[in-house]
Design a protein around this ligand. Structure first.
Ligand SMILES: CC(C)(COP(=O)(O)OP(=O)(O)OC[C@H]1O[C@@H](n2cnc3c(N)ncnc32)[C@H](O)[C@@H]1OP(=O)(O)O)[C@@H](O)C(=O)NCCC(=O)NCCS
Length: 161
């Protein structure tokens, strides 16, 4: 995994964000900010703080998801699933589900007991995760600011393994 991975991830993440994807940024967020976040994410993978699962098509990075293990003894039985994304041109073909299934299978294989994730309100994402068998366990009202007048709830999901 070289520096080109961060560049490819930045390109994918920007395309997903511009298409309205809910991966940490408002749709009009500066590309430099998204690319900086991609570099940080890849650095976290290199340092062993996170694991990266990818989808490739014709040598291009077209899908990604990260698994972040609990960092200390009290939370080591669980992990967060973060930044699930599939390129906007390739969504709706079962690839997002395939990525999520891969993370769940890996988490099960390494003995984790549960997974957590959060999803942006005002989108169909909560329905997507519910359909994949995750249970909504909480909701933080107005926890996300997407624009000056656009506050969204954050939906918290859990999957017991
Ligand atoms: C969310 C995302 C990863 C789903 O990936 P995808 O490849 O488009 O979804 P899939 O084709 O694998 O869909 C799997 C199933 O979920 C359903 N589904 C897909 N997206 C959905 C959505 N947004 N809302 C509700 N259901 C959805 C599909 O209809 C399909 O159902 P089926 O198995 O009965 O046919 C993708 O749309 C994406 O990258 N979105 C932008 C980034 C984003 O917002 N990520 C969320 C971070 S929390």
């Amino acid at each position: 995994m070289g520096p080109q991975t961060a560049t490819s991830l930045g390109t994918l993440w920007t395309a997903v964000t511009r298409a309205g994807g809910a991966v940490g940024f408002a749709p009009d967020a500066p590309e430099a900010d998204i690319r900086a976040a991609a570099e940080q994410a890849i650095e976290d993978v290199r340092a062993g703080r996170e694991q990266l699962f990818v989808l490739d098509a014709d040598g291009e990075l077209v899908g990604a998801v990260f698994l972040r293990r609990g960092p200390k003894a009290t939370v080591r039985h669980r992990a967060d699933v973060v930044r699930l994304m599939v390129h906007p041109d390739l969504q709706g073909r079962g690839w997002g589900k395939a990525l999520l299934d891969a993370v769940v299978a890996h988490a099960t294989a390494i003995g984790l007991e549960q997974l957590l994730l959060s999803a942006r309100g005002g989108t169909t994402l909560p329905d997507f995760y519910a359909k994949q068998g995750w249970r909504q366990v909480g909701l933080f009202p107005d926890a996300l600011r997407i624009g000056p007048d656009d506050l969204r709830d954050e939906h918290w999901f859990q999957l017991r393994l």
